[in-house]
Design a protein around this ligand. Structure first.
Ligand code: SF4
Ligand code: SF4
Length: 145
């Protein structure tokens, strides 16, 4: 090996070390999941969720438009018409999340803005049954009313 090659090798090594040292001394970019979580983009698409007004009343009017628009048929909505009320009340909103493609059609077509994408990205399970949701139940479980 010639002296020029040794110098070239040493310079190349120093160049590489410069990058390593800069990254080592710079701010950490590693997120210690699950103890730490990253802030998600407002446009992040988790599974869909139900939206309610300030009093906790769901906007959904059980028109079924979302279910009919869903290309994978993963939504089922059920409601009852209570006595004295003009509109139906939502009783079940079933989502088969295993088939959802996050296309957003249900969110777009809803005339009352009753569905939106959640920021929930922590879903993991060995059982696909864990991805069948009743969004009404989930809404109540999260203290939505
Ligand atoms: S979520 Fe919207 S589109 Fe779907 S049934 Fe309710 S009101 Fe209709
Ligand atoms: S995002 Fe698309 S696939 Fe998922 S439930 Fe809505 S319409 Fe269906």
């Amino acid at each position: 090996m010639s002296p020029q090659e040794v110098v070239r090798g040493a310079l190349s090594l120093l160049k590489g070390m410069k990058v390593t040292i800069r990254a080592f001394l710079g701010p950490s970019v590693t997120c210690q999941y699950p103890r730490e979580t990253l802030e998600l983009s407002p446009r992040f698409r988790g599974h869909i969720k139900l939206v309610a007004d300030e009093e906790g009343k769901l906007y959904c009017r059980v028109c079924g438009l979302c279910a009919r628009s869903c290309p994978t048929g993963c939504i089922v909505v059920e409601g009852v018409k209570k006595e004295g009320e003009k509109r139906k009340t939502l009783t079940r909103f079933l989502l088969d999340f295993t088939r959802c493609s996050h296309c957003g059609l249900c969110v777009e077509v809803c005339p009352t803005g009753a569905v939106a994408f959640s920021q929930d990205y922590n879903l993991a399970s060995f059982s696909k049954e864990d991805f069948y949701f009743d969004l009404v139940e989930e809404f109540r479980r999260r203290g939505g009313g």
